[in-house]
Ligand binder design. Structure first.
Ligand code: IPM
Ligand code: MG
Length: 356
């Protein structure tokens, strides 16, 4: 099989973690007789310095022609400030490339060997943590109209709009139900239906759809309560499905359950061939540790596994990569600084390849 992908490493540690992901991809595909055709393209500050924009037409073109995008991170806070909001890499590149990709899957796993790194008491996590967060990615507050700041200085007002159609709600809930069916068959639908109209529609839709999924145990939870329950009983969550902003916040919270945001991979998926599927570790560009061989490559390597699973249907290869990552994490001898270790990005990557 040909693995035709665009590789957009971006800024800061995006460069080294994406190189690590690619090394693992090259290794496993060579071993299993697949061929990687990687088209590297500039994004973020590397692209601004060369082309004057964080997402140049050439990069768009390459992404359009590829079956999947492997992304690192964009944005350098010090330099971002020199640009108006609308021209910053997060907006110009990240949100653009995610357009049309409504389902954002973020997988939070706490390997047993890392129990010491979880900020929660052992007694709360002894059953292990494995949560798939499914965040709606193309609606809600990020895109609702009206949006903006108006008025004269001192008397300005600002508005953001949370809007959802039934169609948007139904298609993301479907991903939630179907994903739960592949896992432990528990689905937590997170909303704020005691207050928000969008959430009322969300909950009604979830209740109606549940009839088609009698095998799935569905629970509804208000988002404030969900943020508490994630700390109180994290092992009981299987799949969480929620709207854009709630998912953004809860996924950062949940990532800390496994000790480091550097471990969490994600996939952004759409319908049919509406847009090229986009894969990224959920962490940022971390300029303070960039280029020092300190970044944790596991988020990017697990992101490669998600890409093989969801875009290329190579479930066995995906599972093998995950197994190798968790083996290295469980042994806990080769770890980066975020997990209390002294190894570098390249050593962790080599250990994972050796485990493969
Ligand atoms: C994320 C980030 C982005 C988001 C920002 C950078 C726009 O927080 O990927 O979670 O809110 O989606
Ligand atoms: Mg976020």
């Amino acid at each position: 099989m040909n693995i035709d992908i665009a590789v957009l490493s971006g800024d800061g540690i995006g460069v080294e973690v994406t190189a690590a992901g690619m090394q693992v991809l090259e290794y496993i595909t060579r071993k299993n007789g697949h061929k990687v055709n990687a088209a590297y393209a500039d994004v973020g500050w590397a692209a601004i310095d060369k082309y004057g924009t964080a997402l140049p037409p050439i990069t768009r073109e390459i992404c359009k022609k590829s079956k999947a995008i492997l992304f690192g991170a964009v944005g350098l806070p010090d330099r971002d400030q020199s640009l108006p909001q609308a021209q910053r890499p997060e907006r110009v590149a990240l949100l653009e490339l995610r357009k049309g990709l409504f389902a954002n899957l973020r997988h939070v796993v706490l390997p047993p060997g890392l129990a010491d790194h979880c900020p929660l008491k052992k007694s709360l996590i002894s059953a292990g943590i494995d949560i798939m967060i499914i965040r709606e990615l193309t609606g809600g507050l990020y895109y609702g109209k009206p949006q903006g700041i108006q008025g004269q200085a001192g008397q300005r007002s600002a508005v953001d709009t949370m809007a959802y159609t039934e169609h948007e709600i139904r298609r993301i809930l479907k991903v939630g139900f179907e994903t739960a069916r592949q896992r432990r068959r528990r689905l937590t639908s997170v909303d704020k239906a005691n207050i928000l109209a969008t959430s009322q529609l969300w909950r009604e839709t979830a209740v109606a759809m549940a009839k088609d999924y009698p095998d799935i145990q569905l629970e509804h939870m208000y988002v404030d309560n969900a943020s508490m329950q994630l700390l109180r009983r994290p092992t009981e969550f299987d799949v969480i499905v929620t709207e854009n902003t709630f998912g953004d916040i809860l996924s950062d919270e949940a990532s800390m359950l496994c000790g480091s945001i550097g471990l969490v991979p994600s996939a952004c998926l759409g319908e049919n061939a509406s847009a090229t599927p986009f894969y990224e570790p959920i962490h940022g560009s971390a300029p303070d540790i960039a280029g020092k061989n300190k970044a944790n490559p596991v988020g990017s390597i697990l992101t490669v596994a998600m890409m093989l699973r969801y875009t290329f249907g190579l479930e066995q290869d995906a599972a093998a990569i995950e197994k190798a990552c968790f083996k290295v994490l469980n042994e806990a001898t080769v770890l980066t600084g975020d997990l209390g270790g002294t190894s570098g990005c390249t050593e962790v990557t080599a250990a994972i390849i050796a485990a493969l």
